[in-house]
Write a protein that binds this ligand. Structure first.
Ligand code: CUA
Length: 337
């Protein structure tokens, strides 16, 4: 009886998690954006052609194995050998050329259609900067900078909304990939790459860095939060504000007295570092450490105490803070709504 109750509880917890509409990572077969749609249609066409080739080749092979297997009473001589059949040679040259031609042309057409899309006047523009191992999202027209969680407005027939990304890197090559929204685009140092996104369901879409970029490549996660246009406006308005903080408190004083300010920005305070994520509205994010752990008081405290314990190799050093400093910095960060 007990295990059954436990199982029921797990199911309830699982369905609650589903209610938050977190779209699974890697599911390219359930696209929810225009760009991902065309990538999937092309993938299906390619898979169907490859499956047909496989069936023909494997079928002929199986037929030959069964039909021409050695039998009792064989006299040991080879069957008649065929040399230089023009028909067969033309067939196995022309058919593959036609298949490759069809695949090439349909791929080129999809790539061109995606790359040639012009940004509508009301498109949201975001500069994405890949860092080891987190993502910086800047909205130059809105004056917002945030990290790891990209907010975009919902695309509907009534109000089409597209987000155009300019991808840059602060260090090494990364790749931006949210499978349900669009194909991958590499993020290359000293280069600006472009891509665009849209989503037709609200919720959280998961993605990750798709180019090996060092120790914590696997934990360079992306969360795209798709809001209704009203929620997006509200979010943008809140992000534009300077840090609320908790006034001239002891915790604020402690934070500003530490080396945190050399790497992190908290708008409205002297903290203006650019190396690490902008912390102005840290508490508006669902996760910390680039999507690795939920943004809870416990995880934040553990991170401030020793970031290397949560995410070994990450570029934030262990600041060797004493117990009181850890508490005060955590308190201050928790006030950054
Ligand atoms: Cu960034 Cu892999």
């Amino acid at each position: 009886m007990r295990p059954r109750i436990l199982f029921g509880l797990c199911l309830a917890a699982a369905s609650e998690a589903l209610a938050q509409e977190v779209h699974s990572v890697g599911n390219i077969f359930r696209p929810l954006g225009d760009s991902a749609d065309s990538v999937m249609r092309l993938s299906v066409l390619t898979l169907v052609i490859c499956a047909a080739i496989f069936l023909v080749v494997a079928g002929l092979l199986a037929y030959a194995i069964v039909r021409f297997r050695s039998r009792a009473g064989d006299d040991g001589t080879e069957p008649a050998q065929v040399y230089g059949s023009n028909q067969i040679e033309i067939a196995w040259t022309v058919i593959p050329i036609l298949i490759v031609f069809v695949l090439t042309m349909s791929t080129a057409r999809v790539i061109a259609a995606i790359e040639d899309k012009r940004a509508p006047a009301d498109a949201v523009k975001v500069t994405v900067v890949g860092h080891q191992w987190w993502w910086e999202f800047r909205y130059p027209e809105l004056g917002i900078t945030c990290a790891n969680e990209l907010h975009i407005p919902l695309n509907t027939k009534a109000k089409p909304q597209y987000t155009f990304l300019t991808l840059e890197s602060a260090d090494v090559a990364h790749s931006f990939w949210v499978p349900q929204l669009a194909g991958k685009t590499d993020v290359i140092p000293n280069r600006s790459n472009k891509m665009w996104l849209d989503a037709r369901e609200t919720g959280v879409y998961l993605g990750n860095c798709a180019e090996y970029c060092g120790t914590q490549h696997a934990n360079m996660l992306i969360r795209v939060v798709v809001d209704t246009p009203e929620d997006f406006e509200k979010w943008a308005a809140a992000q534009k504000m300077e840090a609320a903080g908790d006034g001239p408190s002891a915790s604020r004083k402690t934070f500003l007295s530490l080396n945190c300010v050399n790497c992190h920005t908290v708008r409205g305070t002297p903290a203006a570092g650019k190396f690490g994520p902008d912390l102005t509205h840290l508490m508006s994010r669902q996760t910390i450490a680039s999507g690795m752990v939920p943004n809870t008081a416990h995880n934040l405290n553990a991170w401030v105490r020793d970031p290397q314990a949560t995410k070994p190799g990450n570029l934030m050093p262990d600041m060797q803070l004493d117990e009181q400093q850890v508490e005060q910095v955590t308190t201050y960060l928790s006030s950054l709504k």
